[in-house]
Ligand binder design. Structure first.
Ligand SMILES: Nc1ncnc2c1ncn2[C@@H]1O[C@H](COP(=O)(O)OP(=O)(O)O)[C@@H](O)[C@H]1O
Ligand SMILES: [Mg+2]
Length: 257
């Protein structure tokens, strides 16, 4: 049965999408069959997995409004071990439609059930909000990875995020399911700047063992890879960020198996 992990933080620009695509790529490198779900309107994860925006009709948002099934929207990628459920930039508010569904928190959970066993890891790239879309991601998940950028105000908003995680945990408990914080991932550490290390210490003091040992360094290859629309682990496999993401994949596996 596939392990489902949401990559969530309502702050934008903290490395959610970068983590989702590079973790997907690194897990596949270790022979794992992976499904990457893009739940962000910006559809960056979709593009970075080499999927052209014009090449598909329906997206994951059509699954949330029950206008499509997962099988209908599943896209293959160049990597035979990675499938993607793509997102589409859309003007209509999906959240407004989701609210009308009496099963509103569990739509994704229900939709993923039939295909879960086809994958070893299912990664969900969450949007930068704590609305119904992120709630759906967490309700469907076994665990959450929280990327935290090693910058000023890194911890800002984490209380709200933890409250949302607790809310989901209490709802899942009714169904005898759990949601674990798999780990807090420190991202974009600039090793030349002392303040970055202050954030590392602050986050480690607060979250203790929950912090992944792997820290993702700030690395120009990473932003270049985004520009060319590929995971950095493929764009520049020997770069520091690639090495770190491959290390993270091993850590994620060791936390699960
Ligand atoms: N380790 C890194 N080093 C350098 N740039 C990074 C790194 N991780 C992410 N970025 C860049 O930071 C920006 C925001 O990252 P992204 O993953 O899109 O964040 P989010 O999904 O949380 O909004 C992107 O332009 C990305 O290329
Ligand atoms: Mg993103």
């Amino acid at each position: 049965m596939g392990i489902i992990i949401s990559i969530a933080n309502q702050k934008g620009g903290v490395g959610k999408t970068t983590t989702a695509i590079n973790l997907a790529s690194s897990l596949a490198n270790l022979g794992k069959k992976v499904l990457l779900i893009d739940l962000d309107y910006q559809a960056n994860a979709t593009t970075c997995m080499g999927i052209n925006r014009g090449s598909f009709d329906k997206s994951i948002f059509d699954c949330l409004t029950l206008d499509a099934t997962i099988n209908e929207i599943t896209m293959k990628t160049d990597n035979p071990l990675i499938d993607v459920l793509p997102a589409k930039t859309t003007v209509e508010s999906i959240e407004e439609k989701i609210i009308l569904n009496s099963n509103r928190d569990f739509i994704l959970h229900t939709q993923l059930r039939p295909i879960r066993s086809e994958y070893e890891y299912i990664l969900i790239d969450c949007p930068p909000s704590l609305g119904y879309i992120t709630i759906n991601a967490m309700m469907a998940s076994d665990g959450v990875i929280v990327p935290v950028q090693c910058e000023f105000l890194a911890m800002d908003g984490l209380t709200q995020l933890l409250n949302t995680i607790r809310f989901v945990q209490s709802k899942k408990k009714v169904n005898k399911e759990t949601l674990t914080i798999y780990g807090v991932l420190l991202t974009m550490l600039d090793t030349r700047i002392a303040s970055g290390f202050h954030v590392v210490n602050e986050v480690k003091t607060y979250f203790g063992e929950k912090v992944f040992q792997t820290i993702i360094p700030r690395n120009v290859s990473c932003s270049n890879a985004t520009f060319y629309g590929v995971p950095v682990t493929e764009y520049s496999p020997k770069s520091k960020s690639s090495i770190s993401y491959r290390q993270l994949a091993k850590e994620v596996i060791s936390r699960n198996e």
